[in-house]
Design a protein around this ligand. Structure first.
Ligand SMILES: O=C(O)COP(=O)(O)O
Ligand SMILES: [Mg+2]
Length: 218
């Protein structure tokens, strides 16, 4: 049995439309132009504070306003889910891996309160042995600390990390664990420029891919 840890935004769930709504609500309140979905996606990956920093920079908001805007963002982060959904076949793949006896974990840069809220809203709270958010430790991805802590809590067995972004590829590399790259998320860099063990574009492929990876590692 393996320990399999997943990233959340852009990997298991397509949350960018709701994150964009939060951003645009805040920008509107400040009399500023909205951001596009493409901009939103390019700002996601390093947690809430970096998202707000990039959003500010895109609309010329001074640094002095950072704390206020971050607070406004955080205040809404656990109640905007209407546009968020799991990527196709995610539920089935998680259920399949669980039934096969693997232990499953989450390691996201999304703050814990927002992570718990969206998992609960999507009825995805159950499969996890362990959940690490962007504020669970004082370091977050691409620092390997939260990923390593998640694996450590999950006991023994081969490890796999599954994510969608540059941040995830770097985290896996620094943690020295095999990385499976989901290609339909929020990545900006071409696949061949990211360190990975394998790629997949549909969660329906994942259970078999996990089996073949574990056979290679055995
Ligand atoms: O909160 C973010 O910026 C990204 O979250 P993720 O680590 O689940 O992709
Ligand atoms: Mg991600």
């Amino acid at each position: 049995m393996a320990r399999i840890v997943f990233d959340l935004d852009g990997t298991l769930i397509d949350s960018a439309p709701d994150i964009r709504s939060i951003a645009n609500t805040i920008l509107f309140e400040s009399g500023l132009e909205p951001i596009t979905l493409e901009e939103t996606i390019s700002f996601i990956g390093n947690g809430a504070s970096v998202f707000v920093e990039k959003m500010r920079a895109a609309r010329g908001v001074p640094e002095d306003d950072h704390a206020r805007l971050l607070q406004a963002f955080q205040d809404r982060y656990d109640s905007y889910f209407e546009l968020t959904a799991p990527f196709p076949n995610v539920r089935e793949a998680l259920a399949h891996l669980r039934v096969a006896g693997h232990r499953l974990g989450l390691c996201t840069n999304k703050p814990m309160h927002a992570t718990r809220a969206v998992l609960s809203h999507l009825a995805l709270s159950d499969p996890w042995d362990v959940v690490y958010g962007g504020d669970s430790l004082d370091r977050r991805k691409p620092d390997p600390a939260p990923l390593l802590a998640a694996f450590a809590e999950m006991g023994n067995g081969p490890c796999l990390y599954i994510g969608d972004s540059e941040v995830d590829a770097e985290t896996a590399e620094r943690a020295e664990v095999p990385f499976l790259l989901y290609t339909e998320g929020y990545r900006k860099t071409p696949v061949d420029q990211l360190t990975h063990r394998a790629v997949f574009s549909d969660f329906a492929e994942l259970p078999e891919l996990v089996q073949s990876q574990l056979a290679v590692q055995a």
